[in-house]
Design a protein around this ligand. Structure first.
Ligand code: GA4
Length: 318
């Protein structure tokens, strides 16, 4: 079967300054809130994640993608969990990508996840577990800082959604293989979209490819940095802050010279959690831009949409 890859939308790209937040800086919370309001995106340094864990997980993941196709296929197709190649989601999106999508909280019991891990040494499983714990810690920390800066009540209203064992978070490892021909053109690796969850924490090797879309529609390339993390505001946080924070549209173009490997932790709330603007941020109900839906309702809808669709309309008041 022939899969047609999407043409790259014609957009100008320009360099932009990506906010850098040092998590140990006492003013970090102010900087985080500013970045979430202005861009929905920022880089995190001094995050406390061991660099050897990052290197080792990277190596293990690279080995997985280097396995014979027949072995990788035993862990697929992604449903949405498991190993996927080219196809993204359930509605016909495709990209120049191979990936593994794992449920971060029940990955020991998910059949597709077990199938992925069966193709990899035990060390891979241990690394994935340790990494997801670290990502849970970092995303909770970022949300705690947001809570403090915005004076969100009750205490831990946002960070608890990620800390609890019911939190519906997932881990994605994306592999964009370099092109063999020197004349190869850039193609869409992962088409433009916003992340539906609260926040996403991304780490990649030093291959370029990630782009974010500014409020004026300009696409900008994000210089990669293997030693830092990038935080992406998701739709759920946009709704809970009543639009004060914006979920940022992003995409990945394939790098023609180097393979890109990225790992993204999507911090999501428990399935039955009610998502709505926070009363402490919006005193008058009539000022709410969004109505209430459970994460489960929104997530079911998300999986019926295509990558580039505008999904927040489901939350918008008529
Ligand atoms: C985008 C963010 C996460 O990668 C993801 C993706 C999910 C998938 O790959 O299965 C979706 C996409 C993401 C949003 C729209 C739907 C669902 C692919 C797709 C076309 C795991 C998620 O939660 O939503």
């Amino acid at each position: 079967m022939v899969i047609l890859l999407q043409p790259i939308p014609k957009c100008k790209t320009s360099p932009v300054i990506i906010p850098v937040v040092d998590l140990t800086d006492p003013t970090a919370k102010t900087q985080i809130v500013k970045a979430c309001e202005e861009l929905g995106f920022f880089k995190v340094v001094n995050h406390g994640v061991r660099s050897d864990l990052l290197t080792k997980l990277h190596e293990e993941a690279t080995e997985f993608f280097a396995l014979p196709q027949s072995l990788k296929d035993k862990a697929g197709p992604a449903d949405p969990f498991g190993y996927g190649s080219k196809r993204i989601g359930l509605k016909g999106d495709v990209g120049c990508i191979e990936y593994i999508l794992l449920n971060a909280n029940s990955h020991l019991s998910s059949t597709k996840t077990t199938a992925v891990l069966r193709q990899t040494p035990a060390i891979f499983r241990e690394m994935v577990e340790e990494y997801t714990e670290e990502m849970k810690r970092m995303s909770s920390k970022v949300l705690e800082m947001v809570e403090e800066e915005l004076g969100i009540e009750p205490k831990e209203k946002l960070s608890k959604l990620v800390k609890v064992k019911e939190s519906d978070s997932c881990l994605r490892i994306n592999y964009y293989k370099e092109k063999e021909e020197t004349t190869a053109k850039e193609e869409i690796g992962f088409g433009e979209h916003t992340d539906p969850q609260l926040i996403s924490v991304l780490r990649s090797n030093d291959a370029e490819g990630l782009q974010i879309c500014l409020k004026d529609g300009t696409w900008v390339s994000v210089p990669p940095d293997h030693s830092s993390f990038f935080v992406i505001v998701g739709d759920t946080l946009q709704v809970m802050t009543n639009g004060k924070f914006k979920s940022v549209k992003h995409r990945v173009l394939t790098n023609t010279k180097r393979s890109r490997l990225s790992m993204i932790y999507f911090a999501g709330p428990p399935l039955m959690e009610k998502i709505a603007p926070l009363a402490c941020l919006v005193p008058k109900q009539e000022d709410y831009l969004y109505k209430e839906l459970t994460w489960s309702q929104y997530k079911s809808y998300v999986y019926k949409t295509k990558l580039g669709d505008y999904r927040l309309g489901l939350f918008e008041k008529q």
